[in-house]
Ligand binder design. Structure first.
Ligand SMILES: *Cc1c(COP(=O)(O)O)cnc(C)c1O
Length: 354
């Protein structure tokens, strides 16, 4: 038995993997593989339509927002959001590597303001007492910091349009979409395999920069083209559809929220109890998606041994990011409660040996 704690690409429900594999062999009785049908064929439009409808339903997306399926990953959206929203000045919250990369891509257009940063503490907390400049075109946040294991656990208020990279915690809790001008992310952590990017964007905020926007960088191109201006990533979108159906069948975002909380309580509970380990982030900002922990100072030299012990017991992908060290157990939507429990018994059994 393997438990997949990889940070991304990451765990998917077994039935999503099997359903995608089946469609790659033969897509819904067509005699053709999902990989070889035309995206314009009558077969694929229903896939796109249902995936969009499920995103709207699950997240309660209000009228006036477009839902897009694009390619290029969150890294392309760093630049695309600036193309579409930057006029004179943009504000960013610096909560780590991804937030900094997003900010860098806005600097092509002019002044960016770093509203607050937790860089001095290696991003182990989410800055809180900051003031968002009211003359900024938008305020950009990274809701979950995949590398460090911190998370903005509530939808925040912003006096200017709020843009969020939700790559690594999308659909892990109910959302108030109306608080955001744009939500985007790579799907490969909580929603699908790698290759598709989701974007939810408020349409009446587009077209205000006064600049020409290159065709592929303009959200309006993709809205007009129904996410088919160019060939969409057909297989990852199908896989996302199956996963959205799975999320709905589990009870939607409320159920994802409860599962996330249960997993987090189980694993953080053990980190706090076990004499060998401690958590690396501020308790109130602990991510439910990426649970980071290290060995206590006096046991530091046991790190490799624990890693080997856990790997032999079927834990996959628990090495921490090189900039943090230690361990990172990623618990995305598809992670079963048993995954969290298996990791905890592993930590307990290792402690008994010491
Ligand atoms: C993984 C990740 C990214 C990068 O996504 P790509 O799709 O690889 O470009 C960006 N932001 C966050 C928060 C991530 O976790």
């Amino acid at each position: 038995m393997k438990y997949n704690f990889n940070a991304g690409p990451s765990i998917l429900p077994r039935e999503v993997i099997e359903g995608t594999a089946k469609a790659c062999l033969e897509f819904e009785g067509t005699g053709l593989s999902l990989m070889e049908i035309s995206h314009r064929a009558k077969y694929f439009q229903p896939v796109l339509d249902e995936a969009e409808a499920l995103i709207r339903e699950l997240a309660g997306v209000p009228e006036g927002y477009a839902v897009l399926f694009l390619a290029g990953g969150a890294s392309t959206e760093f630049h695309r959001v600036a193309h579409n929203f930057f006029c004179k000045k943009a504000a960013y919250l610096n909560t780590g590597v991804w937030a900094k990369k997003a900010m860098k891509e806005a600097q092509w257009f002019g002044e960016t303001v770093e509203v607050a940063s937790s860089a001095e503490a290696n991003y182990t907390y989410i800055p809180k007492d900051y003031v968002i400049p009211t003359d900024a075109d938008y305020f950009h946040i990274t809701t979950n910091n995949t590398i460090y294991g911190t998370e903005i656990l509530k939808d925040i208020d912003s006096p200017v349009p709020l843009i969020a990279d939700m790559s690594s915690d999308i659909f892990s809790r109910p959302l108030d979409v109306s608080k955001y001008a744009c939500i985007y992310g790579g799907a490969q952590k909580n929603l699908s395999m790698a290759g598709v990017t989701f974007v939810i964007v408020k349409e009446d905020l587009l077209g205000r920069t006064g600049r020409e926007i290159p065709t592929m960088m303009d959200f309006r191109t993709h809205i007009k083209g129904g996410s088919m201006f160019n060939t969409p990533p057909v297989v990852p979108i199908y896989s996302m559809l199956l996963n959205l159906r799975w999320i709905k069948a589990q009870g939607g975002l409320k159920a994802m929220d409860e599962r996330a909380q249960r997993r987090a309580d189980i694993v953080y509970g053990e980190i706090d109890r076990n004499k060998l380990f401690h958590g690396t982030t501020a308790v109130e900002d602990r991510s439910r998606m990426n649970i980071c922990f290290v060995m206590n100072e006096e046991y530091k030299d046991l790190e490799e041994e624990f890693f080997k012990f856990a790997t032999e017991r079927g834990m996959v992908g628990i090495k921490g990011h090189r900039s943090v060290g230690g361990f990172r157990a990623s618990c995305y939507n598809a992670q079963p409660i048993e995954g969290a429990e298996a990791l905890v018994s592993c930590m307990q059994d290792f402690e008994k040996l010491k």
